[in-house]
Design a binder for this molecule. Sequence first.
Ligand code: ADP
Ligand code: MG
Length: 240
Amino acid sequence: MIEIKDVYKSFGTLEVLKGINLTVKKGEVVSVIGGSGSGKSTLLTCINGLEPINSGSILVDGVEVHAKTTDLNRLRRKIGIVFQQFNAFPHLTVLENVTLAPRKVLGMSKAEAEAVAEKQLAHVGLADKLSVYPGRLSGGQQQRMAIARALAMSPEYVLFDEVTSALDPQLVGEVLDTLKLLADDGMTMICVTHEMTFARDVSDRVAFFHKGIMAEIAPSNEFFNAPQHPETQKFLSNIR
Ligand code: ADP
Ligand code: MG
């Protein structure tokens, strides 16, 4: 379980998160939506300890992320994160990109790591691209490779930050299908997204961020059928 309790976070004098409270249970899928600059990405980077927080606490399975004694490397093995931009190593094949962390971080043998990577790459529909270099993949394939790379670490939680935003429209569907499969498998996920159909159909709950505040959070049906907060209503009417 991920427990976010009254988290405040500033960059210099800019307050980016202003008292965020959110609990995500095992197996739950929570979509986070909201305008640009509302603090969505910052929240994800705070959850896996990439960014410090000013006050409050974030607990992952009871371990306080920002406690001095917390082993961040160990924690990050538990929490995968996939970003909007593809950050593949261009000089490594797809298979090598996916086996890298299991070998270096988990200490798997080459054969072990390849077995895991092949399984995950098959899962995202890239079984025939193992020996291809990332530059030869489409944007959607690169993003699916990034998802396989995160999954190869056997995380218990995966954070997705607008993983379809940089894609050509015709490639968005294949990546969303991959996320849906993962959700159906019971993965615990927090997805920052602009894809409202995905948020409505795949997530259990949807949270709306506005200027560093979580203005609204509700089960996805409720959220879209009867948004309560004026800013949520405004946001949804602008994108429909
Ligand atoms: P969102 O993902 O909702 O678009 P972000 O969390 O990326 O928003 O950013 C929230 C605010 O924090 C923005 O004003 C952004 O410019 C600022 N910000 C994000 N990261 C940094 C950083 N590393 N240093 C300074 N300001 C940052
Ligand atoms: Mg962002």
